[in-house]
Design a protein around this ligand. Structure first.
Ligand code: GTP
Ligand code: SPV
Ligand code: MN
Length: 609
C-alpha cells in the first residue's frame, strides 16, 4: 500500500513532471554522488552547479555561483497564507490559501521537466528530542539537496519514522526559470506546508530553515505554548569551568554567527557553540526556559570573516569532514583555486574572478565577493561545538540577548528591569538593513526580536505570547539589549566587537550570578564602569561615554518611530506593551530639560573604580 508520503511525492511529480525521482538517504556515499552530479552533469543555464575548490587547503569544499538576481532573501515575494489576513498581521504579506495555491500550481506545472526531483527526508532537531519535527522537502537542484544535507539531520530513518502517517512537514521547491517575476515563497501554516519557486537562495530555498523553523514553527509555538526564535545558542564557560547558556537574537547579517563562535579576548573565558541562527524554546518542568537548535549546520556571511574576526569559523571551513562545505557567490583566486572575499586574511590575490565568474579589477571599486556571499558548513566542523549540542533536551537558558545594528543612539548593553520590560525592549528594537535580503541597505527599520521577516503570524499576538511565556517561567532568563555597531563622528565603530564582545558577555554572566550591581537609566540598567572589564583595551574615555550615552533629545525621534510601528498592531497590541511605551516616553521626557539627570552623566564617571 502506498504511504501518505509516497502519495504526496507522486502528486507533486505529476504536477512538476521531473525526468527522474531520487530518494535521498543522507549517506556519505550519496553526498559524494550528488556533488559529482552537480559538478559534471547537472546544469543551470548551461553552467555547472559546483566548482571543485583547492582540496588541499579547503577539504571537501565547492563553489556555487547563483543567478545574479538570486543572491538574498526576497521578503517582498514571501507570503504567509493563513485563511484570515488578520492572523498574518501587518508584518506579513498575505494571500488567501486557495488563491496562492492556484498561482503556484500555474507556475509549477512542468517546472521540473528535464530535471531530477530529489526527495529529502530530514529532521529539524535531534531525532530523539521531544521537540524535533520530521520533514520532507522536494527540490530540483543538487545545490539545495547538498545544502539541506549539511544544514539538517537528513536520513532515510526519517522515512521510517514518518511511516504511514501524514504527520510530516512538507516543502516543495523548484528553482523554476529564475525569473524574479515568477519567484514566490508561500507558507501554509495550518498545513505545515511551504511552496517555493524561482530561487535557489538559502532562506528562500532551504525550506527547513526560515520557512519552517521560524515562520511556521512560530505559529505552532503560539498555539502550543513555545517559541521559535531567530537566535543563536551559546554556552559561556567562566574561569572556574562553569558553563552558562544564553541565546541571542540579532537581525540578519548582524553578528549571530560571529557571536556563536566567538574566540574570547578575556583569559579564562570560552564560548561553546550550539547554534548560529535558530532556537526553539520550551518551558521545562523545572520552570526554566530550555533551548534546542533545530539545525545542524552554519550558513554564514563570508565577507568580513577572517582569522582576526572569527578564527573558529576559518578552522571550521578548513576542517576535513565528510560533510561538504559550500561557498556561494564568493570570489575565486584563479591562481590557487581558493575561495576569496573582502576581509579575508592576507594580501588581495592578483588574479581574481568575481562572484559572477568574471575577471575582477581591484581598482574598479566593485566588490569581488557578493556582500551576502555565504558558506554552508556542518556544525560538527566547529572546533567550539558544545558537548551538549546533541542533547535531545537542549540546554537551560539564563539570559536572552536581543540586538540590532545601530550606528547611533543605542548603548552597547542594557539590562531590562524585568521580563515584561524585556519584551518591550525586544519589541522596540530597530536595526539598519543589510545585504541578507534584497532591499536598500542601511535603512533603519523596526525589527522586534530580529523576527520582523520571520514571525509567521500577527506580531501583536506574538508580543502577547512572549508575555504569556514569561508568566509560565518560574526562573525567567534576564533580558538584555546589545549594540556592537555604535559609530563615532567619523563613522567608525567605537566598540572593537567580535572576540571583545566577551567583555559584555562577562558582565551579563556577573549579573545573572548576582555578582555585580547595575545602574538605572530611563531605558534600562547599564554597567557601572568598574564592572565592565576593559583591561587591555584602549578606548578613549570620550568614546566610552558615547557607547553608553542616553540622550533624551535624540530619543524623541526614536519614540515617534516606535509608536508608529506599534500602532499598526493596535487591536492586538498587549496593554502591557503600551504601558511600557508610555513609561519610557515619560521617563525620557522628564529627564529632558534637566541637565543633571542620570542619563547625561558620563559613563566613565559612574561608579568608577
Ligand atoms: P544571518 O546569517 O544573516 O542571520 O546573520 P548573522 O547574524 O549570523 O551575521 P554574521 O555573524 O554572519 O555577521 C554579519 C556581518 O556582521 C559580518 O559582516 C560581520 O563582519 C559583522 N559583524 C559580526 N559581529 C560583529 C561585531 O561584533 N562588530 C562589528 N563591527 N561587526 C560585526
Ligand atoms: C538570514 O537572512 O537571516 C539568514 C540567511 O540567516 S537565510 O537562510 O537566507 O535566511
Ligand atoms: Mn538568520
Amino acid at each position: 500500500m502506498t504511504t501518505a508520503l509516497e502519495k504526496w511525492v507522486e502528486e507533486q511529480a505529476r504536477l512538476t513532471c521531473p525526468d527522474k525521482i531520487y530518494w535521498c538517504d543522507g549517506s556519505e556515499e550519496e553526498a559524494r554522488r550528488l556533488i559529482e552530479i552537480g559538478t559534471k552533469e547537472e546544469k543551470i543555464n548551461g553552467q555547472a552547479i559546483f566548482h571543485k575548490l583547492n582540496q588541499e587547503n579547503w577539504p571537501n569544499a565547492y563553489l556555487h555561483r547563483s543567478h545574479h538576481s538570486d543572491v538574498a532573501r526576497t521578503e517582498h515575494l514571501t507570503y504567509v497564507c493563513h485563511p484570515d489576513k488578520e492572523i498574518a498581521g501587518p508584518n506579513n504579506n498575505w494571500m488567501a490559501p486557495e488563491e496562492a495555491k492556484e498561482k503556484m500550481r500555474a507556475l509549477s506545472a512542468g517546472c521540473m521537466r528535464g530535471r531530477t526531483m530529489y526527495v529529502l527526508p530530514y529532521m529539524m532537531g535531534h531525532p530523539d528530542s521531544p521537540y524535533a519535527k520530521a520533514c520532507v522537502q522536494l527540490t530540483d537542484i543538487s545545490y539545495v539537496a547538498i545544502s539541506m544535507r549539511v544544514m539538517t539531520r537528513m536520513s532515510k530513518k526519517v522515512i521510517d519514522k514518518i511511516g504511514k502517517s501524514d504527520d510530516f512537514v512538507k516543502g516543495l521547491h523548484s528553482i523554476g526559470d529564475l525569473n524574479p517575476n515568477k519567484r514566490f515563497i508561500m507558507h501554509f501554516p495550518d498545513e505545515h506546508f511551504v511552496w517555493s519557486i524561482g530561487s535557489g537562495y538559502g532562506g528562500n530555498a532551504l525550506l527547513g530553515k526560515k520557512c519552517f523553523s521560524l515562520r511556521i514553527a512560530s505559529w505552532l509555538g503560539f498555539q502550543e505554548g513555545w517559541l521559535a526564535e531567530h537566535m543563536v545558542i551559546l554556552g559561556i564557560e567562566d574561569p572556574k569551568g562553569n558553563v552558562t547558556y544564553v541565546t541571542a537574537a540579532l537581525p540578519s547579517a548582524c553578528g549571530k554567527t560571529n557571536l556563536a563562535m566567538l574566540e574570547s579576548a578575556l583569559p579564562g573565558y570560552k564560548v561553546w557553540t550550539l547554534g548560529d541562527d535558530i532556537s526553539w524554546l520550551n518551558v521545562g518542568p523545572d520552570g526554566r526556559l530550555w533551548a534546542i537548535n533545530p539545525e545542524a549546520g552554519l550558513f554564514g556571511v563570508a565577507p568580513g570573516t577572517s582569522l582576526k574576526t572569527n578564527p573558529n569559523m576559518l578552522r571550521a571551513l578548513k576542517a576535513d569532514n565528510f560533510f561538504p562545505t559550500l561557498f556561494t557567490n564568493t570570489a575565486l583566486d584563479k591562481d590557487t583555486n581558493e575561495p576569496w572575499w573582502e576581509g579575508l586574511d592576507g594580501a588581495v590575490p592578483k588574479n581574481v574572478l568575481d562572484w559572477q565568474g568574471q575577471s575582477w579589477d581591484s581598482s574598479s571599486g566593485l566588490k569581488a565577493a557578493h556582500p551576502n556571499a555565504r558558506f554552508t558548513v556542518s556544525i560538527y566542523n566547529s572546533p567550539t561545538l558544545s558537548k551538549e549540542f546533541d542533547n535531545p533536551k537542549g540546554v537551560p537558558i539564563s539570559a536572552i540577548i536581543l540586538g540590532g545594528r545601530r550606528t547611533q543612539l543605542i548603548p552597547l548593553v542594557t539590562e531590562a528591569f524585568n521580563w515584561q520590560h524585556g519584551v518591550f525592549l525586544g519589541a522596540r528594537i530597530g536595526s539598519e538593513t543589510t545585504a541578507a535580503a534584497i532591499h536598500k541597505e542601511g535603512v533603519l527599520r523596526r525589527d522586534p526580536m530580529a523576527m520582523l521577516p520571520f514571525c509567521g503570524y500577527n506580531m501583536g499576538d506574538y508580543f502577547r505570547h512572549w508575555l504569556n511565556i514569561g508568566k509560565k517561567l518560574k526562573h525567567p532568563p534576564k533580558i538584555y539589549s546589545v549594540n556592537w555597531f555604535r559609530a563615532d563622528e567619523n563613522g567608525r565603530f567605537i566598540w572593537p566587537g567580535f572576540g571583545e564582545n566577551i567583555r559584555v558577555l562577562k558582565w551579563i554572566l556577573d549579573r545573572v550570578n548576582n555578582q555585580v550591581e547595575a545602574q538605572k537609566t530611563s531605558i534600562g540598567l547599564i554597567p557601572h564602569s568598574k564592572d565592565l572589564d576593559l583591561s587591555g583595551l584602549d578606548i578613549p574615555e570620550r568614546q566610552l561615554d558615547k557607547l553608553f550615552e542616553v540622550n533624551p533629545e535624540e530619543w524623541q525621534e526614536e519614540l515617534r518611530d516606535i509608536e508608529k510601528f506599534l500602532r499598526q498592531f493596535s487591536g492586538r497590541l498587549p496593554q502591557e506593551i503600551l504601558e511600557e511605551y508610555e513609561a519610557l516616553a515619560e521617563q525620557l521626557n522628564n529627564s529632558r530639560p534637566c541637565e543633571d539627570i542620570e542619563d547625561s552623566i558620563r559613563f566613565t564617571d559612574r561608579g568608577g573604580a
